[in-house]
Write a protein that binds this ligand. Sequence first.
Ligand code: COA
Length: 387
Amino acid sequence: MKIGIDCLSFFIPDLFLDIAELAVARDTDPAKFKIGIGQDQMAVQPLTQDIVTLGANAAKKIVTDADRALIDMVIVGTESGTDFSKASAVVIHELLDIQPFARSFEIKEACYGGTAALQLAKEYVANHPDRKVLVIASDIARYGLNSGGEVTQGAGAVAMLITKDPRVLVLADDSTFLTENVYDFWRPAYSEFPIVDGPLSNTTYIESFQKVWHRHSEVTGLTLSDYDALSFHIPYTKMGKKALLSVLDETDEATRERLLARYEESIRYSRRIGNLYTGSLYMGLISLLENSAALTGGSRIGLFSYGSGAVSEFFTGYLAEGFENHLFQSAHQELLENRRQVSISTYEELFIQKLPVHGESAVYEDPMRFSIQKVEGDIRYYRKTES
Ligand code: COA
């Protein structure tokens, strides 16, 4: 049976910061941020958008009325949870009017959570072929003002519907995965921001890729020349390229050129958005599919997922015939183009704003389809507009 991604879409906040302006404000050469790190813009999150609204806004484009009756699970991969106990998926399930006899829960393992959700969904559909699973990877990547990771911040969500006979990407049964207990990036429950060993996280990412890639190659017999494209977790766009470059001497010149060209197509959106943590790999996949003229039905794509801590996975899929008819290029372009640029001072003001805590209350206005409407009695209430 063919199982995989039937459709996928992203949502991002409607505010962004120019990375060159951030560089100047941080007394840094803009070339370091734009070339060395590989970012142009950063999504800036207003107070009224959290992982629930980002996720629900991403999913609304891909969930039809027929789907609402067939979805058995809503799984959110995130490392920006707003509650230690209640899952964001439960609220998203209600906002999207999914049929009630469903499972809804969150999965956590840093940026790997979206892939854990995707693989679980695939196994569920294998046992229940007529049912569907909604997978959402939703995060707000925050390292702190003036921190080393600030330039790589971002926010947004990717939603994917996992079904049999998928219209976009058929997933193979060939995952190789790896767990190693590494403290490269983690966020203790008492800490607002992650604790990051930047150089260690870069090294662990690259070494993890090499390990799961080589194991995958040994197990399947596939080599780099068998792939039309590779898609990477993209904490910042230079990162995946470093991992890709680290194995390219294993192949011929034509394959090198092809994989590097596809890599550039896979980072177009991330350059303008920044890190999505759990959603970054899938943002890269959307960018690749929507910006590459070289891919056709049957094209084989390898995907590398990495979550600090560290868990990684390499898996593959091939594109369904006619996949290009089930993408959302124009809606995604509109999201990117219709954003409002904010100044450094506005970004810094927004960054330190906080929702009420400990029973305090506040009411908000945000024109997005789903947004935080008010906080009262320690509960976030969400607005559901008709737009
Ligand atoms: N022009 C062009 N490039 C420049 C430059 C300039 N003026 N100045 C520096 N650079 C390059 C460096 O050569 C380096 O390139 P390289 O990695 O190819 O060697 C790159 O910019 C980054 O410079 P570096 O000094 O390493 O940056 P940093 O100490 O500020 O740290 C991160 C960068 C990514 C480690 C930091 O942003 C971070 O901690 N990020 C969060 C963690 C993360 O994303 N980890 C990834 C795995 S999940």
